[in-house]
Design a protein. Structure first.
Length: 365
């Protein structure tokens, strides 16, 4: 157990955006919400997953919708608290703690803001170890844990409670509701007991996010390459360096979908990289080489500062470094690949672990 204050929030926001693989919402918006909550209500208690009682009710909190919408439709800050109060009333049980459903700029921050507001602890665990675009894409789903009852709320005060037959139906219905709520909403989801969270969650994710964010921040002061520091912490690989020359991005069906094209610079001059995304970066390839593919993590970092660039933040002319990071082993199971592999997203590629691509010489070491 320890307390989280403003500096920890700053670092976690940056690290979460790296692991968020371009998605999970704008880290700046999420950071401001968490900082304001700490300013108003005081520091936040962070628990390791082992400190959660087996019979305690724990609930994930976060946002749902297209990251592009969140740039203009910022949460008021009260929706998440409303979702938890409605869920407690529906279930007839008090929530012991909250946790992030995924790593992401805003989705790692909303639980912190909620925790400060409701005086709840946050558990250092999530259900992805990265960000994915759909609600059933969690390690909890792999273990048969229901996403519902789930509550969705918007800034107008509309509250929707769902209890579905399976997690794929949760995604379908919740996505439609979110579109009707203006393209983004906040949610309380995956209520479970502490013992389930210990067995199915990805542990120490907030700690890793904080370490990544701190490394990027301190790189400036110590005059070291921030990208190399990130690669050390994530066991990652540099995939490409270049300049963004085109971004084809549109918001449809509750997602930000698109393709980013990057022209190679330095050792990659003469090559062009294509990144395909659906909220998150899901596939990176040149004309002749597959560089990295979901469920492994693809992040785009600013070439100078090492700061992550989200899918909605990609702009023409940006100098960047594209990195690949191995996913959690749970995603490399048969059910994991079936749930979040490239074929699920209709990409004509088989999943090959990023380290194998590197070992075979498909990408630069």
């Amino acid at each position: 157990m320890r307390q989280i204050g403003k500096q920890e929030i700053e670092d976690i926001a940056i690290g979460a955006a790296v692991l968020g693989t371009g998605g999970g919402g704008d880290p700046y918006i999420g950071k401001l919400m968490a900082l304001q909550a700490v300013e108003e209500y005081g520091p936040i208690t962070l628990l390791s997953v082992e400190e959660v009682p087996d019979d305690a009710l724990v609930v994930a909190s976060g946002g749902m919708g297209a990251p592009t919408v969140l740039i203009e439709k910022i949460p008021s800050g009260h929706e998440v608290a409303q979702t938890f109060q409605s869920l407690e009333k529906y279930m007839g049980k008090e929530v012991f703690a909250t946790y992030p459903i995924e790593a992401g700029g805003i989705n790692s921050m909303l639980p912190l803001a909620l925790a400060a507001q409701l005086r709840l602890p946050v558990v250092d665990v999530d259900g992805m170890g990265r960000a994915f675009p759909e609600l059933q894409m969690t390690t909890f789903y792999l273990d048969g844990i229901s996403a519902t009852p789930m509550v969705l709320a918007d800034e107008k005060g509309n509250v929707t409670i769902m209890d579905t037959i399976d997690n794929s139906w949760t995604e379908r219905i919740a996505r439609s509701v979110t579109v009707q709520k203006g393209g983004s909403a906040t949610c309380a989801i995956y209520p479970m007991l502490g013992k389930n969270l210990k067995e199915s969650g990805i542990h120490s994710i907030l700690q890793l996010e904080e370490e990544i964010g701190r490394a990027i921040r301190l790189a400036k002061e110590t005059n070291v390459d921030p990208v190399k520091e990130v690669l050390k912490l994530t066991s990652g690989f540099e995939l490409f360096r270049g300049k963004v020359v085109d971004v084809d991005r549109k918001t449809e069906g509750g997602w930000a979908r698109g393709v980013a094209k990057i022209e190679g610079l330095q050792a990659y001059k003469g090559e062009n990289l294509e990144i395909r995304f659906q909220n998150e970066h899901l596939l990176a390839r040149t004309k002749d080489r597959l560089l990295c593919v979901t469920p492994d993590l693809i992040a785009v970092l600013d070439a100078e500062t090492g700061l992550p660039i989200t899918t909605e933040g990609l702009r023409y002319g940006a100098r960047c470094v594209v990195i690949g990071m191995p996913c959690h082993p749970k995603w490399r199971t048969e059910k994991g690949i079936e749930t979040v592999g490239p074929r699920y997203f209709r990409y004509d590629a088989d999943y090959i672990p990023v380290e194998q691509l590197v070992e075979k010489g498909s990408v630069a070491k």
